[in-house]
Design a protein around this ligand. Structure first.
Ligand SMILES: [Zn+2]
Length: 297
């Protein structure tokens, strides 16, 4: 989602309050207004999704770990305060956090890239960032430190390590450079097209970047989303792909039962649902008059 969050709660002192409500730019105020949602950092049991892919995120902020003989790939760090939860999840699975060699940054929102600096410090991993999201990503600093960017990637670029290859797909709208990633996973002799979405969430127009062309980008992205032969469906937020429900099924899974994360119908329904809520938000804004309608063009 797009909640712009910080760990610090604003307005701790009268001075701060005065500062916040007088001179702090509107942009920052709106960022502070969207404090880190409660429960998003709550731990979720780490587990194997399929093949060498593991879930190491929280109840809501999805992080994924590909384990390979040459080291591991982590995707999405959440907030800086999420990193200890991810680290504990990785270690609970019996893996070493320092084996992470590549960090694929999530899209340029603080609930996905806020922990990148800390992960870089703890692991020394190469940090891969989508080129069109790079400028926004750089805005997320921690204690004055710059966001680490070691490699910029574009549409169809690949990230490979120890026999795992991920392909980047540009899905702009939610952010200008939102990247989804595809790969193939195997289970019981079958191969599955696996798609880790960026975010299709366009229902909160007032807190999105509203860059020129955003509306057109969103529309093209919903169309494009339907062209992928998605079998294993994953995304940046647990709620987008019903993590809790699928995890429950996974726990009860018997021999011969399907892997609940193979969910092509759930993927299609998700695209439909988010396209609908986006168009409803656009229609609502357009109804508010030309001033509101023109904002994102
Ligand atoms: Zn987001």
């Amino acid at each position: 989602m797009i909640n712009l969050a910080t760990r610090s709660v604003p307005a701790r002192t009268p001075f701060m309050r005065k500062l916040l409500f007088s001179v702090v730019p509107l942009v920052l105020l709106s960022a502070l207004a969207f404090a880190q949602p409660k429960g998003w950092n709550d731990a979720f049991p780490p587990f194997r999704i399929m093949d060498n892919l593991y879930y190491v995120g929280t109840k809501e902020l999805a992080s994924f770990l590909f384990v390979t003989p040459q080291g591991d790939i982590l995707m999405n760090t959440g907030y800086e305060s999420t990193v200890p939860v991810i680290k504990a999840a990785v270690e609970k699975l019996g893996f070493k956090f320092t084996d992470i060699k590549i960090l694929i940054a999530g899209h340029a929102h603080p609930d996905h890239v806020g922990g990148d600096i800390l992960v870089k410090e703890l692991t020394g991993a190469q940090v891969v960032v989508g080129r069109l999201d790079a400028d926004k990503t750089k805005e997320f600093r921690s204690q004055g430190k710059e966001h680490p960017i070691d490699r910029l990637v574009d549409e169809f670029d690949t990230v490979s390590l120890g026999g795992t290859t991920l392909i980047a797909h540009l899905m702009p709208g939610h952010t200008r450079g939102c990247l989804a990633w595809s790969t193939t996973l195997k289970e019981n002799g079958k191969s599955y097209y696996t798609f880790i979405e960026c975010s299709l969430n366009g229902q909160y127009l007032q807190v999105l970047d509203n860059y020129p062309g955003m509306i057109d980008d969103f529309r093209a992205t919903y169309k494009k989303a339907r062209t992928f032969p998605v079998q294993v469906f994953l995304s940046s937020h647990a709620s987008f792909f019903n993590l809790a429900e699928k995890y429950e099924k996974m726990q009860k899974r018997g021999p011969g039962d399907p892997n609940p994360f193979v969910d092509p119908e759930g993927y299609k329904a998700h695209v439909d649902q988010y396209e609908k809520s986006f168009e409803a938000a656009v229609a609502k804004r357009n109804a508010q008059g030309p001033q509101g309608a023109g904002r994102s063009q």
